[in-house]
Design a protein around this ligand. Sequence first.
Ligand SMILES: O=C(O)CCC(=O)C(=O)O
Length: 206
Amino acid sequence: MLQFEEYFEPEKGPQAIADGAVFLQEFARSESAFLIEEIRKVVAKAPFREAYTKGGLRMSLTSTGCGAIDWLDDEEGRISSPALGPALRAFAVRAATAAGYPDFMPNACLINRYLPGAKLGLHQDREETDTDEPIVSVSLGLPITFLFGGLDRSDPTQRIALDHGDVIVWGGASRMAFHGVLTLKDGQHPILGRQRINLTFRKIKV
Ligand SMILES: O=C(O)CCC(=O)C(=O)O
């Protein structure tokens, strides 16, 4: 049974949520039109597809991505993903810098799409990623509750309400923290409609 700390109520501006983890409320809001256009370009080349856990279970979200992502399987086998463009990379570098990681140089962006009812259970980002580098995570569209725990799955978990344009960066002592999101509630976002899109910028080992 998970234990939850008190509901986290962020203020605007960089806010530490754990050692090495920073919440940047609304950081991406003014750039959301640009980010959505970049997502559209990626999706035109690499449409959202079903995602599976390591154990082969189908997840409730769909995903795509750009850059050094080689986990985009289709029926014919692996496909090469579109390049991670310089403007998207520059955005991620700005977010990482604001969170205290000025040397972050991502080479990939995973794009997850949640429709109402989709969720992502607690997990660590370890597969294929460089665990010395932070993760920059951007929320667009419908709001969701983000779960941020500790290094053990059973550690207490903070709940953070994420809205359109919010960014969370975790690295250092928090890089391997368990995290996930609760089930997306139905709603209508003025720009993205009935969905939430999450970008995670990563450094993938190549
Ligand atoms: O959707 C989110 O906010 C979390 C995404 C995530 O944890 C992941 O892609 O590993």
